[in-house]
Design a binder for this molecule. Structure first.
Ligand SMILES: [Zn+2]
Length: 399
C-alpha cells in the first residue's frame, strides 16, 4: 500500500465505514512531499484569538536602570580601551520617548571614565537633572601597572567626584580580560586586584551593576539542540562553548565570592543574575546575599515563558528586582534591546497584564529563541517598587 492508498483508506474509515467506497475524499498527492524551508524564513503567525492589551504608558514612573547611551570609542577583543565616548542617542530624542512612556530616568551604565565620563555626565545628567544618571567603568588599559588596585580605587573616587552614580562591569571580567589585557590567561571575577575597587564603591554608596556570564545556552554547542541556535548563529562571537572558557557555574560561583567578600557594597546583578533559566538558583543567591539585587534587562523572554514561576519570584523578591531593559538607541540589530516605544510597551504588558502568548521583542522573528511570553499582572504595590522604588533606593534618590 502506498501513501495515497493509505490516506484513502483512512478517509473511508472516518466518513462512512469500510463499505462506502463512493464517499471517499480526494487528496492531492502533491501535498505529501515536504518542502524544505530555511529556518530564517519561517515566520509563523499565531492563530490564537486572545486579548491584546496595549500599555502605552507605565502605570507608575519608571527608572530604567540598564541602558547604553554611550560606549567606548575603542575596543579590542571585547575590552573597552578608551575613555573617549561614542554617543548613540541625542538627549532630546531620548526625552521624547521617555515622556511618552512615563520613564522618569534612564541610567546610562556605559559612561566610561576620565574625561569621557565627564563629557557623558555633562551632556545628559547635568543638562537634564533627574532624567539621566551615569555610571563609570573600570579602566582596563592600566591593568598591567603594578599599583593597578590602588589606581582603580582612586579612579572610582574621581568618578564619584565627577558625578558617576555607580560602577558598571560588562562581561569583560571572567570572559575577556586577560593577564596581558588582550592575551594570556583569563582574569577571574574574584581576582583580589579588584578588591579595593569593590570596597571603594561600598564606602561611597555607589552600587555596582555587574554583568557576569551570559544565557546558559551560550555555554553549550551551537547545534540543533541549542534553544538559542538562531541567536548564536547570527552572533557566533557570543558563544562561550569550548575549552578556554570557564563554565557558567564557575563564573557565577566567582561572582558569589565577590558579593560575599564585600558585604558593604551593593551589587545589582544584571539580567536576572544571568540565570533567568533557573529562578530557584537566583532566589537562593538573593536569600544568601542581602547586598544583592537583580534587574530584568533583556530577560523578559525568559521570565515571560515561565509566568507562574516568575510571578512567585516577583512576589517573594519584590524589594530586590529593578526595572531595566538594556535599551540601546538605534540598536536595531538587537531587537530585544532597541530603544523605542514598542520595546517599553512589551515590558509594561508583561508586568501589568495577564495577556497570553505575545512577542518579547519588536521583531518578526523572536531574536533570542522561538518562544512567546505571558503577562504576570503584578499588584500595584509590587509594580511601584519594581518600576522605581527599588532603583531609587539603590541610587539614593527620591522620585
Ligand atoms: Zn547591558
Amino acid at each position: 500500500m502506498n501513501r495515497r492508498e493509505l490516506l484513502y483508506g483512512a478517509a473511508m474509515g472516518l466518513t462512512a465505514g469500510a463499505t462506502a467506497r463512493a464517499s471517499v475524499i480526494p487528496i492531492d498527492s502533491s501535498d505529501a512531499k515536504p518542502k524544505p524551508l530555511n529556518l530564517a524564513d519561517y515566520e509563523p503567525k499565531s492563530m490564537l484569538q486572545v486579548r491584546e492589551t496595549r500599555v502605552e504608558r507605565a502605570r507608575f514612573p519608571v527608572i530604567d536602570i540598564h541602558t547604553h547611551i554611550s560606549f567606548s570609542a575603542k575596543s579590542e577583543a571585547g575590552i573597552e580601551l578608551s575613555p573617549d565616548r561614542k554617543y548613540l542617542g541625542q538627549r532630546e530624542e531620548l526625552l521624547a520617548v521617555m515622556d511618552r512612556k512615563n520613564i522618569r530616568a534612564m541610567v546610562n551604565l556605559t559612561g566610561g571614565y576620565d574625561h569621557g565620563l565627564v563629557d557623558a555626565v555633562t551632556r545628559y545628567d547635568r543638562a537634564s537633572p533627574g532624567r539621566f544618571y551615569t555610571f563609570t567603568e573600570p579602566s582596563y588599559s592600566r591593568f598591567k601597572e603594578h599599583n593597578y588596585p590602588q589606581l582603580q580605587a582612586q579612579a572610582i573616587e574621581q568618578a564619584h567626584r565627577d558625578g558617576a552614580r555607580g560602577l558598571k562591569l560588562l562581561k569583560t571580567l571572567g570572559l575577556y580580560l586577560r593577564e596581558n589585557i588582550t592575551s594570556g590567561a583569563l582574569v577571574k571575577i574574584d581576582d583580589p586586584r579588584f578588591d579595593p575597587m569593590w570596597d571603594t564603591c561600598g564606602q561611597l554608596n555607589m552600587p555596582v551593576a555587574i554583568h557576569v556570564s551570559d544565557p546558559v545556552a551560550f555555554f553549550t554547542p551551537t547545534d540543533r539542540f541549542n534553544e538559542r541556535y538562531e541567536e548564536l548563529n547570527n552572533h557566533p562571537d557570543w558563544s562561550f562553548y569550548g575549552p578556554g572558557f570557564p563554565s557558567n557555574a564557575e563564573l557565577l560561583e566567582a561572582r558569589n565570592r565577590v558579593i560575599a567578600r564585600h558585604p558593604k557594597t551593593h551589587f545589582i546583578v544584571l539580567h536576572v543574575g544571568n540565570f533567568s533559566e533557573n529562578l530557584a538558583n537566583v532566589g537562593e543567591a538573593l536569600d544568601h546575599f542581602p547586598n544583592m539585587t537583580v534587574d530584568i534587562a533583556a530577560r523578559v523572554g525568559e521570565l515571560g515563558r515561565q509566568p507562574r514561576t516568575s510571578r512567585a519570584f516577583f512576589e517573594r523578591y519584590q524589594d530586590r528586582i529593578l526595572f531595566g531593559t538594556d535599551a540601546t538607541p538605534h540598536g536595531d540589530e538587537f531587537p530585544q534591546q532597541v530603544f523605542n516605544d514598542r520595546l517599553y510597551e512589551i515590558y509594561y504588558r508583561f508586568l501589568e497584564t495577564d495577556d497570553e502568548y505575545f512577542d518579547y521583542a519588536p521583531a518578526n522573528v523572536p531574536p533570542q529563541g522561538r518562544w512567546r511570553i505571558y503577562g504576570i499582572k503584578l499588584a500595584d504595590s509590587i509594580l511601584r517598587k519594581v518600576y522605581n522604588g527599588n532603583a531609587a533606593r539603590e541610587l539614593g534618590i527620591t522620585i
